[in-house]
Ligand binder design. Structure first.
Ligand code: NAD
Length: 322
């Protein structure tokens, strides 16, 4: 039986660090009417939901609950943050295999409940798992997307903003490609006050060697997750806010431009890979992929990044449900 869709209902699968931080940020945003947390550790989901619900007198009225798979039936957005952590000595490939199995079984449950939701993958490796979820669902590509490089792009904008002494909201910049080491900073799409960075920087004259600063910033963006994980074990707050940005673009039909991971079908000369490129995100999910003009070097780097994702998928099975 098809259920009536609740256009403001968000289900979060995985109530760990990322799931809970996202739920906390979403609650404060106030757009969602219902936030339902699901976890294989039921008591964890219940504890997180109660903790969040106790803050309800201070935020917009929202229903927060520990949910069940029944919640898939009428959800507008389902965010998957569920994943296994690497065990000592375990290879990345083995971890990917285990997480692919988890995602496959979650997608089976979602399909079983005839969900009409947009699914957002946040668990890592995000590009591979987005592909696995999409193929398993058999849904149109717009309805299954990954958080991709939305977080990396935010880190890039933040670090440029600190360097330039300008509000991060006024720095327009994108990281494309894999959410991982092969990500691609796209300097040709980086603007400040309507000027390309390579025009702005000589005019600004704030630093002595801008090209050296560029390299430092790129390395810092690429390695920042490692630094945070070394310091506190996981990253959760900025990804929580990044997920709010994506989910709210869907709930409010905002048509926001976001670097989500999506299936390419010839765009940028790439096919059959989920990878981050600028997309217009609306209430249907990925409404349109924007094919920007990259330089030859940037396009080569994007292709190399896609090759890394495809290489990581070797041995990962992606059978469809039907
Ligand atoms: P965590 O271990 O704190 O939480 C994961 C939760 O998933 C656990 O509570 C676990 O019980 C649950 N879980 C496992 N299998 C499940 C299933 N089948 N159904 C429901 N719940 C299940 O981990 P975390 O720190 O919250 O990270 C979650 C994922 O997000 C990881 O894969 C991590 O690498 C990824 N991550 C992604 C980004 C990004 O930018 N996309 C950023 C940070 C973390």
């Amino acid at each position: 039986m098809k259920h009536h869709l609740n256009a403001r209902k968000v289900v979060i699968v995985g109530a760990g660090d990322v799931g809970a931080s996202f739920a906390y940020a979403l609650l404060q945003d106030g757009t969602a009417e219902c936030i339902s947390l699901i976890d294989v550790r039921r008591e964890l989901a219940e504890g997180q939901a109660l903790d969040l619900a106790h803050g309800l007198p201070f935020v917009n009225t929202t229903h927060v609950q520990a949910g069940s798979q029944e919640d898939y039936a009428d959800a507008k957005v389902i965010v998957i943050t569920a994943g296994a952590k690497q065990t000592p000595g375990e290879s990345r490939l083995n971890l990917t295999r285990r997480n692919a199995q988890i995602v496959t079984s979650i997608m089976d449950d979602i399909a079983h409940h005839e969900s009409q939701a947009v699914v957002i993958m946040a668990a890592n490796p995000v590009d591979t798992l987005t592909y696995v979820a999409l193929k398993r669902s058999g849904w149109p590509a717009n309805r299954v997307l990954g958080s991709g490089t939305v977080l990396d792009t935010a880190r890039f904008r933040h670090m440029l903003s600190v360097h330039c002494g300008v509000d991060a909201k006024n720095v327009h910049a994108y990281i494309l490609g894999e959410h991982g080491d092969s990500e691609v900073p796209v300097w040709s799409m980086t603007h400040l006050a309507g000027m390309r960075m390579n025009e702005y920087c000589p005019a600004c004259q704030k630093c002595e060697d801008w090209m050296k600063e560029r390299e430092r910033i790129v390395a810092e963006v690429r390695d920042s997750a490692y630094h945070i994980i070394d310091a506190k074990g996981s990253t959760c707050y900025a990804i929580g806010l990044a997920l709010v940005r994506i989910v709210v673009a869907i709930l409010r039909n905002e048509h926001g431009v976001l670097t989500v991971s999506t299936l390419l079908n010839g765009e940028y000369g790439l096919s059959d890979v989920c990878i981050s490129v600028p997309c217009i995100v609306s209430n249907t999910g990925v409404e349109r992929i924007i094919e920007g003009n990259l330089t030859d070097d940037e396009l080569r780097a994007l292709h190399a990044s896609a090759a890394v994702i495809q290489e990581n998928m070797t041995g990962i099975k992606t059978p469809a449900i039907h």
